[in-house]
Write a protein that binds this ligand. Structure first.
Ligand code: CU
Length: 131
């Protein structure tokens, strides 16, 4: 498959991911907040339960833009509003002083990398576990 076709397939799968999920699953999402500062995640390790709906709120209290970069995690999850994802579905961008609330359902058990694509060099890294 050429690169363009592959990218199109990724975009389509991201856009269609929320379509088959019954609306009731989103009714009572478990709240989870991650604060982003210059330069780390608080907390830096997140634990989710597969198949459960979460309201993940990313709060940027730093002066820099930060990203919740978790390609494998985000691609394996059902994200209710895929428009909140950037860079081909690999991350969620949060501007300084802003917050982003993402409804998602992790689907795949395992451990996943979490970084900020802009500040991984400065140790802005963490991890995600889906049980
Ligand atoms: Cu950052």
């Amino acid at each position: 498959m050429n690169t363009l076709l592959r990218r199109t397939a990724v975009v389509l799968s991201v856009l269609c991911a929320g379509a088959g999920t019954p609306p009731t699953l989103w009714a009572h999402p478990e709240p989870l907040t991650v604060v982003m500062v210059d330069n780390r995640f608080e907390p830096d390790h997140l634990v989710f339960q597969a198949g459960r709906a979460y309201a993940l709120t990313l709060v940027n209290r730093g002066t820099d833009m930060h990203e919740f970069t978790a390609p494998a995690f985000l691609k394996s999850a059902t994200v209710r509003d895929p428009r909140l994802l950037s860079n081909g579905g690999t991350d969620i961008v949060v501007q300084p002083g802003k917050s982003v609330r993402v409804l998602l359902i992790p689907r795949k058990k395992g451990t996943f990398d979490l970084t900020c694509a802009d500040h991984d060099w400065d140790g802005m890294v963490g991890g995600i576990t889906v049980k």
